[in-house]
Design a protein. Structure first.
Lengths: 399, 326
């Protein structure tokens, strides 16, 4: 009895030691899992990515991972950067902030030139301190504007997703064009809804738009009728909702059930087919700002982004047999910005950062035209989004 | 005889020399995280292993410590040291307030009660926008600095965290060999018998609860100084469960159990993060959970008392051999 226990203990101890040993030698075998280390004679350039490929935010991280894998494969087939193949290592942060910090330290250990990620705001924020200290350029794909502001504390951090303020400005322009001055604001109670609320309230005050009622709901709520009843009584001329599906779809259904006839305006959080599906036919008439990716066939040929958008969609469709979404677009822009900077400035972290900050103007990406400056590390403006109305379960561009 | 008394100092010295060998912020960060979790699980180990009370709310105390540091340093400009002291005291105070009614509950009800507390605290972090920054969290937490020494790098933080772990280990080693330790163990064996022997069980359980909350708060405060950003998401129910898991896997009522449990859970997570993509290309964290579960199930089958039962062969340094238990 005692002997067998001792044997098992020994075996387990051995496993623990082995775990540690294998982990320590992790760097060596890691190289096998990165794509594109093709033998071309020239030393590969290393880029790292930390993405939410599992956990709560995996619906964002997975299309971003797929996009990055596709882009690095294409790039290496076309000779890489000046003949140097690009070695891309993607680590999963499990949608967890502590894991994101450990993952980015691992990438920095591997001497990557730049870090892409994360897909969501919390993990991106958690990584900032590390990249600032280690002086490694980082390009996030998350929305929160606090990722790149204040810029003097974020010299090494850039991001490709539009900040809330871009969406807000689009909505305010629409409201002003229609002469609507009293609105109701409804938002989901999480980082996304919170960010929208803060940005909208500030911008509305500046443009003389009055928020007559402000209501919130939980992401898991199944009925928002009480909140909407207050909207009905408030005399609002339009309702603005900041949420993502499924709650965004539920509130749309409730809105129609209550017979509200004022315009219903959503945020870019509903810019996917799932919103329309879950709203079960009640989404018609909803107005929302959206990246041009979703309505590429409707935007005029003169639009500078048209060509980039069409080629990204064609590549993605050919590889994965499904149309890409805006999250993949953020990843595509992050990758291309970094590759472009390496191409021009060479494989040096400081040079890449300076190149990104000083020489990124008129860079045409999937999410918009980037004009990054020392004051603005996002570089996207109002024209990176368009307003659409849902008609017959399709997005129709509003002129 | 002399070799035994030298074993522990030797192990500790070797461990403290590690940063000179590994020279990698990634491995240091793993060790730091193991250290932070060890501090919490040590306290939880006293509560669960000795006082026999389970808590599914310790992520709440962990978060309270973190938010205390974050709020006091960024909103009220407290000096980091005082903020860290407050981060230890506040969770202890709250544990003292909620402890008395909560610890009247037993078994399942106690688990549910503490779980409710954890969820409540998590909700407060999300809702208290003016103070906690809501779901977006608080950034710009300064580094911990003690008298001009600023803990701004992984290597410095490694020594800080493990010095704390060492102090906690020494403290607990003394505690479990004291009268209080023996009384606590009596409670976990049989509460009624302990009462008959004249032990004030209610008071002792409360003390163990407060002690574990203090340690969780301390770890939370250190966490905030390490990451320099805080948001509600690391302090949810899931984290509480993970702490209990570390305590159980490590072995309840053993000296090294908490350390081994925290190390195993963190190392296994890191190992699976990159081993699984090698075996199953394109697989993410969802597969990790399966492997994780399997390993833990096997461990519990073959080692139901946890990893720390090795500690039976590897006895802690004796303080007063004459009063050693058993």
């Amino acid at each position: 009895m005692n002997k067998s226990i001792r044997k098992i203990s020994l075996a387990l101890l051995l496993i623990l030691v082995l775990t540690a040993v294998v982990l320590m030698s992790g760097c060596a075998s890691e190289k096998q899992d990165s794509t594109g280390s093709r033998d071309q004679g020239k030393e590969p350039y290393k880029i790292g990515a930390v993405l939410e490929t599992s956990g709560n935010s995996s619906s964002l991280g997975v299309p971003e991972r797929d996009t990055l894998l596709m882009l690095v494969e294409n790039l290496n087939q076309n000779g890489g950067i000046d003949g140097h193949p690009v070695e891309l290592t993607i680590l999963d942060n499990k949608s967890d902030e502590t894991e994101a910090v450990m993952a980015v330290k691992k990438l920095i250990d591997m001497e990557v030139l730049a870090v892409l990620g994360c897909a969501s705001s919390g993990p991106s924020m958690a990584m900032i301190n590390t990249v600032q200290n280690e002086k490694v350029p980082m390009v996030s794909m998350a929305a929160a504007s606090s990722i790149v502001e204040p810029v003097n504390e974020r010299q090494w951090v850039f991001k490709t997703a539009q900040s809330d303020i871009v969406t807000v400005k689009n909505i305010i322009a629409y409201l002003q064009g229609q002469g609507l001055t009293k609105v109701a604001f409804l938002y989901m109670n999480n980082a996304y809804g919170d960010g929208g609320k803060v940005a909208f309230t500030a911008a509305a005050k500046e443009s003389g738009i009055e928020v007559v009622t402000e209501e919130k709901f939980e992401a898991s709520d199944n009925d928002m009728t009480p909140q909407l009843t207050k909207v009905k009584a408030s005399g609002a001329q339009a309702a603005i909702v900041w949420a993502i599906p499924p709650s965004a779809s539920i509130i749309t259904k409730n809105f129609r059930d209550l017979g509200l006839s004022i315009p219903l305006i959503h945020s870019h959080g509903v810019g996917n087919q799932k919103f329309i599906e879950l709203a079960q036919g009640t989404a018609d008439g909803v107005i929302l700002p959206i990246g041009k990716l979703a309505v590429v066939s409707q935007i005029p040929d003169s639009d500078p982004q048209k060509e980039v958008l069409e080629s990204y969609i064609a590549d993605y469709q050919a590889k994965y047999n499904t149309p890409p979404n805006s999250f993949g677009g953020y990843a595509s822009d992050a990758f291309n910005l970094v590759v472009n900077a390496i191409e021009k400035a060479g494989p040096d972290r400081i040079a890449i950062r300076d190149e990104l900050e000083k020489n990124t103007s008129g860079f045409i990406g999937v999410s918009g035209v980037f004009n990054i400056s020392p004051q603005d590390h996002n570089g996207l403006d109002v024209d990176s989004m368009v307003l659409v109305q849902i008609e017959g379960d399709q997005w129709k561009l509003i002129d | 005889m002399w070799s035994k008394s030298l074993l522990w100092p030797a192990v500790i010295l070797l461990f403290l020399a590690l940063p000179f060998v590994i020279d990698s912020n990634y491995y240091l960060s793993i060790l730091i995280v193991i250290g932070l979790y060890t501090i919490i699980v040590q306290g939880l180990g006293i509560l669960m292993g000795y006082a026999g009370q389970v808590s599914f709310g310790h992520a709440g105390f962990f978060g309270l410590g973190g938010y205390t540091v974050a709020i006091l340093t960024t909103r009220f400009d407290w000096s980091p040291v005082f903020a860290l002291i407050a981060a230890v005291i506040l969770p202890g105070l709250i544990a003292a307030i909620i402890g008395r009614p909560t610890l009247k509950l037993r078994e399942l009800y106690l688990a549910l009660g503490t779980m409710g507390f954890g969820i409540l605290i998590h909700t407060l972090f999300n809702e208290g926008r003016e103070l906690t920054g809501g779901p977006s969290g608080i950034s710009g937490i300064p580094y911990l600095s003690i008298g001009g020494l600023s803990f701004d790098s992984d290597i410095k933080f490694f020594y800080l965290v493990w010095a704390v772990v060492l102090l906690v280990l020494i403290g607990i080693n003394n505690l479990i060999r004291s009268r209080v330790g023996r009384a606590l163990r009596a409670i976990s064996e049989s509460e009624h018998a302990a009462e008959t022997a004249g032990i004030d069980t209610g008071k002792l359980k409360l003390k163990a609860f407060i002690f574990s909350a203090l340690l969780a708060g301390l770890a939370g405060g250190l966490y905030a100084f390490y990451i320099t950003f805080i948001s509600p998401s690391p302090f949810g129910f899931h984290t509480s469960v993970q702490f209990v898991l570390m305590a159980v896997v490590g072995g309840l009522g053993t000296f090294l159990g908490p350390l081994l449990g925290a190390a195993l859970v963190v190392l296994l997570g890191e190992l699976l993060r990159w081993v699984i993509p090698l075996v199953i290309p394109g697989a993410g964290g969802e597969y990790e959970i399966i492997f994780f579960g399997l390993i833990l199930v096997f461990l519990m089958i073959f080692r139901p008392k946890g990893l720390g039962a090795f500690g039976k062969n590897l006895k802690p340094p004796a303080v007063k051999p004459s009063v050693a238990p058993e």
